[in-house]
Design a protein around this ligand. Structure first.
Ligand SMILES: Nc1ccn([C@@H]2O[C@H](COP(=O)(O)OP(=O)(O)OP(=O)(O)O)[C@@H](O)[C@H]2O)c(=O)n1
Ligand SMILES: C[C@](O)(CO)[C@H](O)COP(=O)(O)O
Length: 230
């Protein structure tokens, strides 16, 4: 069995409003991408890394990659297309029941313990698994005028995180079906659910933040500066 780590890293980071794609912004003196790849390598040094990069990315430096087995692949127009391209790039190497974990490059604070728990759950459940954080805030649904339409029940409500892990063949089938159906999915689990399957929700740490907006950068930097942070 081979473990594949697909890391979508071909985004432009428009919401970050920075002078470069957010995966190249420095945290504790290192590019965000380097932190994320280090965390994944700490947990799975023997895995095959599939790094999805923009074809015009001229900032990438292979010295950021700690893996012995890795490959770069051209990302797509969307996150889902980048992941599909990553899967296609290992079609000759992957067995149908090999596990694939997909993790956003924009999540550098993921903890090794969460990675191990997700990996175990994804291997145990035919429908795969995803890290998810239970919602702790009261959730409001807005109306079209920016007022409160209603309060949503937060019971059984989770923030989907990454990694999300599935068998290679199932994930390919799900993403191909979503594309064929013109369904844009923002995570892999959505495509799996569209097949009528139910991925396992694995409670994950809320500090596994996705660096998206400017204020997220300082938070991620503080988390990485904690003892054992990096
Ligand atoms: N065409 C794309 C778009 C996004 N991603 C990756 O998917 C992850 C989650 O996407 P997001 O946080 O939205 O990153 P961006 O798309 O870069 O951000 P924005 O939406 O603000 O432009 C990121 O690691 C990003 O690099 C990707 O590989 N290919
Ligand atoms: C995959 C993800 O991180 C799960 O919450 C999220 O859907 C990515 O969304 P984005 O808009 O591509 O950042």
């Amino acid at each position: 069995m081979t473990l594949f780590l697909v890391v979508p890293a071909a985004g432009v980071g428009s919401r970050m409003k920075a002078d470069r794609p957010k995966q190249y912004l420095l945290l504790q003196g290192r590019p965000l991408m380097a932190h994320t790849l280090s965390r994944l390598h700490d947990a799975f040094p023997e895995a095959v890394l599939v790094l999805c990069l923009d074809h015009e990315d001229d900032r990438f430096d292979a010295s950021m990659v700690p893996f012995a087995r890795w490959q770069r692949v051209r990302g797509g127009e969307t996150r889902a297309e980048s992941v599909r391209a990553g899967l296609a790039s290992v079609a000759e190497q992957a067995a149908p029941d090999d596990l694939v974990l997909v993790h956003d490059v924009a999540r550098p604070c993921v903890q090794v313990e969460d990675l191990y728990r997700l990996h175990a759950a994804a291997g145990e459940h035919a429908d795969g698994a995803l890290l998810a954080a239970p919602v702790a805030d009261t959730m409001k649904r807005a109306d079209d005028c920016g007022g409160v339409l209603r309060t949503e029940s937060r019971a059984h409500l989770f923030h989907a995180l990454t990694p999300q892990g599935f068998r290679y063949d199932l994930l390919c089938q799900a993403l191909d079906a979503a594309r064929a159906g013109g369904v844009e999915v923002t995570d892999e689990a959505s495509a799996i659910e569209a097949l009528g399957r139910s991925p396992r929700l694995v409670p994950g740490r809320r500090d596994n933040i996705k660096v998206t907006h400017p204020e997220d950068l300082a938070l991620a930097g503080a988390l990485l500066a904690l003892p054992g942070g990096d």
